[in-house]
Design a protein around this ligand. Structure first.
Ligand code: NAD
Ligand code: UDP
Ligand code: UDP
Length: 318
């Protein structure tokens, strides 16, 4: 890769994943050079295949649990499986990825002087006792349950970010991302949007866990990427944590009905046991993102679902 002095070199860890691949595209469109680092644990070459061969894009297979020595000006740290099924498959690896991945990327930021953004999560709030969730809420997380590898891993990563910021004056940005969906989600990762769409397209039963009254707020991936880029470009005092998500809140039953009607599917809705520690409700308060980043989501659920359904329809036909 040849880099001219006025072009930025940006590292995206987890760049071959769902969100990461869209972020790489956006950063390239804006004229940056992108170094994508991924272990392919849950991501794939297919997600970034169309970018390979570009002179401004480089892909390195690497696990962020190990140190990484590269020269970059900005780091987006996204490496970590995000779906409960994926992160619980090897929970120790998940905690190590969040903790050691954050530590190595912060060490890299310290050495190079790079600005670093952490993809944190609404799971910081656990099963929240306040609604909607504001950034000053400390959360309600089970430290020893089956979701803890992800929740506590992400919490300790936030701790490290703020300690490196206080001790070493590293410029940090912490985004608390709420449920995000869109093309390139893994069809078998067990997340609700991909599950419902794939089930509806195949005419299989739609599996609602519990009674379907639990809620989530779904953000379309292009909106999220826009928020991440704005956060990275924000003034140094805007460290976050800052909620990025779509405040539109839906029950899983409502989501199932919308998917069924948009797909025009005859699938039946069936009920399955609720997984342990499944949060009852989730909705971001995005007042700070609006005020400090001038950011709010623009894509309505129906429009985002249409795009995502088209992607999965095409994928299943191939
Ligand atoms: P994803 O699983 O599609 O992408 C994660 C990527 O990280 C994959 O390409 C995977 O191979 C890579 N990875 C995992 N462990 C790694 C390691 N040890 N070293 C290097 N690469 C590794 O998930 P996603 O939905 O794109 O999520 C991206 C980031 O955003 C994650 O950090 C996730 O926690 C965060 N996030 C996502 C959501 C969401 O709804 N999608 C919500 C909150 C937070
Ligand atoms: N690190 C890295 N790349 C670098 C610089 C550091 O991966 O360019 C790793 C380093 O191996 C260490 C971690 O980041 O494990 C934290 O680095 P730091 O300098 O803060 O800690 P120290 O090495 O002093 O323990
Ligand atoms: N869910 C569901 N059916 C599925 C997959 C998930 O009802 O086939 C529920 C799940 O129990 C949770 C919600 O949908 O209440 C969101 O699940 P997801 O795994 O997408 O994300 P998270 O729980 O991490 O927010």
């Amino acid at each position: 890769m040849t880099v001219s002095p006025n072009q930025k070199m940006i590292l995206v860890t987890g760049g071959a994943g769902f969100v990461g691949s869209h972020l790489c595209e956006r950063l390239l469109e804006a004229g940056n050079n992108v170094l994508c680092v991924d272990s392919y644990r849950t991501g794939s070459r297919a997600n970034i295949f169309h970018l390979l061969g570009r002179p401004d894009f480089e892909m390195v297979r690497h696990d962020v649990i190990n140190p990484l020595h590269v020269e970059v000006q900005e780091i987006y740290n996204l490496a970590c499986p995000a779906s409960p099924q994926h992160y619980q498959y090897d929970p120790i690896q998940t905690t190590k990825t969040s903790f050691m991945g954050a530590m190595n990327m912060l060490g890299l930021a310290k050495r190079t002087g790079a600005k670093i953004l952490q993809a944190s999560t609404s799971e910081i709030y656990g099963d929240p006792s306040i609604h909607p969730q504001t950034e000053d809420y400390w959360g309600n997380v089970n430290p020893i349950g089956t979701r803890s590898c992800y929740d506590e891993g992400k919490r300790v990563a936030e701790t490290l970010f703020f300690d490196y910021h206080r001790k070493h004056a590293i410029p940090i940005k912490v985004a608390r991302i709420f449920n995000t969906y869109g093309p390139r989600m893994h069809p078998n990762d067990g997340r609700v949007v991909s599950n419902f769409i794939v089930q509806a397209l195949k005419g299989e039963d739609i599996t609602i866990y519990g009674d379907g009254s639990q809620t989530r707020s779904f953000c379309y991936v292009s909106d999220l990427v826009d928020g991440l880029v704005r956060l990275m470009a924000s003034p140094p005092e805007t460290t976050g944590p800052i909620n990025l998500g779509n405040p539109g809140e839906f029950s899983m039953l409502e989501l199932a009905e919308r998917v069924l009607s948009l797909v025009g599917s005859a699938s039946r809705i069936v009920y399955r046991p609720l997984p342990a520690d499944d949060p009852r409700q989730r909705q971001p308060d995005i007042s700070i993102a609006k005020r400090d980043l001038g950011w709010a989501p623009t894509v309505a659920l129906e429009d985002g679902l249409r795009e995502t359904i088209a992607y999965f329809r095409d994928l299943l036909e191939r």
